[in-house]
Ligand binder design. Structure first.
Ligand SMILES: O=C(NO)N[C@@H](Cc1ccccc1)C(=O)O
Ligand SMILES: [Zn+2]
Length: 157
């Protein structure tokens, strides 16, 4: 697999509806997911979606951590989420600043659900159901948008 490059806004791949993964694909994609996380870290990202490196599949990494781009971000273990879905979202919304590795140098205020319940599969094929709030819920919603051909500017207030 050649080195990954991050697609920039204007690249049609960012506007595609990404394809679901079959569980048979999970393990064979392990090297790709390692490269995806590395690419995110190289850019001080707190999340990254597969379509951003031109792989239109339903997978992303949520990896909130304090870094130069988001000094106040909460700490969490970087988590690979396969075939992720929101199963419940609060009526309450909150606005906060977002950026995107595909739209460098631009931040915008985006309204997101304050609390969500989600499901996703792990690389080992285990289904995880959990709830998220605040900045981590925000990152999840931002990444899920990428799987559906949306970017944060589409929702900027
Ligand atoms: O472009 C991506 N992910 O798609 N990375 C974003 C993730 C993100 C999402 C929501 C709020 C802040 C930041 C980043 O700036 O690290
Ligand atoms: Zn993004």
């Amino acid at each position: 697999m050649e080195t990954l490059t991050i697609a920039q806004l204007g690249n049609p791949i960012l506007r595609e509806h990404a394809s679901p993964l079959s569980a048979a694909q999970y393990q064979e994609l392990a090297p790709f997911f390692t490269a995806l996380q590395q690419k995110m870290l190289e850019h001080n990202g707190v999340g990254i979606a597969a379509p951003q490196v031109s792989e239109s599949i339903r997978a992303f990494i949520v990896a909130s951590c304090p870094n130069p781009r988001y000094p106040d971000a909460p700490m969490m273990e970087p988590t690979l989420m396969l075939n992720p879905e929101i199963t419940w979202a609060s009526d309450s919304m909150e606005k906060d600043w977002e950026g995107c590795l595909s739209i460098p140098g631009i931040r915008a205020l985006v309204n997101r659900h304050s609390h969500i319940e989600v499901r996703y599969d792990t690389l080992e094929g285990k289904e995880v159901k959990t709830q998220m709030e605040g900045f981590i819920a925000r990152i999840f919603q931002h990444e899920l948008d990428h799987l559906n051909g949306l970017v944060f500017l589409d929702r900027a207030e």
